[in-house]
Ligand binder design. Structure first.
Ligand code: HEM
Length: 253
């Protein structure tokens, strides 16, 4: 284990995670009104309509896959009777499908941004940098899956990468585990850490204000205006009212 390994896998993750947490708090305190996805739906909808759901639903699949592969120990899935070969087959098919859907969505969003003049003008160097980093993380993730799991027939990262990943959160990083993993896994993990480092200073902050509670919002109750006498109906008429001259008799509606 070299000094570089210690820095990259034992120190750098903490720099990134500190930036992630402190950066979000700082951004919320100093830039509440800049806390937005800066939607460009107004300028172009045709591509956005398929590219955005593809990117976000693909991402959802990738998050679920990463949770199972990185957070849940192999011993737990084995205790449930899920053999490594079965896990591997599911991770390969599900991961590839979700990763490809996400990549196609990201390419669609990037092309739309470049091809629509108004959106191109509204794209800052910060956005371009964030898109590039996101693209590298996804590309390296897919390369890992295609090369190691499909072409090479499988590498059990749950015995190395996943152990290191969990150990970060116990504040006892198992550096030798990830240092022994193939280079592509290391590069993917490092690029993901870098994404977490820059996250709070980009438009990715919108993830924490996505209107998910909309799914559970109370029903909107519509009432007919004719039923003014029914219990609970609005008694005061809404909208424009006829203007009346002074002394004019109020007409009966
Ligand atoms: C430190 C954090 C991360 C680690 C340790 C990690 C690790 C891995 C591993 C081990 C795989 C191979 C999975 C398999 O083939 O079964 C993978 C694949 C992948 N990763 Fe990550 N990853 C991290 C963060 C991210 C992030 C933040 C993104 C995207 C924004 C991402 C996107 C992908 C994609 C698209 C794939 C290929 C599809 C898949 O197998 O899910 N990863 N990652």
């Amino acid at each position: 284990m070299s000094g570089l390994d210690i820095f990259l896998f034992g120190v750098f993750p903490y720099i990134c995670l500190t930036s992630f947490v402190v950066g979000h708090i700082w951004r919320w305190k100093h830039d509440k009104f800049g806390w937005t996805a800066r939607s460009s739906e107004w300028y172009e909808r045709r591509t956005l309509r398929w590219a955005s759901p593809m990117f976000h639903f693909g991402l959802l699949g990738v998050i679920v896959g990463h949770f199972v592969g990185l957070v849940i120990p192999q011993t737990w899935t084995e205790a449930l009777g899920i053999h490594e070969n079965v896990y591997h087959a599911f991770a390969l098919i599900g991961g590839l499908a979700a990763g490809l859907v996400m990549l196609i969505g990201l390419v669609g969003l990037a092309v739309r941004r470049l091809k629509t003049p108004a959106i191109r003008l509204a794209t800052t160097p910060n956005d371009k940098f964030m898109f590039a980093v996101l693209g590298v993380v996804i590309f390296l993730g897919l390369s890992v899956t295609v090369y190691w799991q499909l072409i090479e027939g499988g590498y059990n990262y749950r015995e190395s990468v996943s152990i290191w990943f969990r150990s970060i959160f116990y504040f006892n990083p198992q550096i030798s585990d990830i240092a022994a993993a193939p280079l592509l896994f290391q590069l993917h993990a490092l690029s993901a850490m870098f994404l977490f480092l820059i996250w709070p200073y980009t438009r990715l902050v919108h993830v924490f204000s996505a209107p998910v509670f909309y799914l559970w919002r109370p029903y909107i109750v519509y009432r007919t205006r004719d039923a003014e006498t029914e219990p609970g109906a609005a008694l005061t008429p809404r909208g424009w009212e006829k203007s009346e001259l002074p002394g004019q008799k109020t007409s009966k509606r």
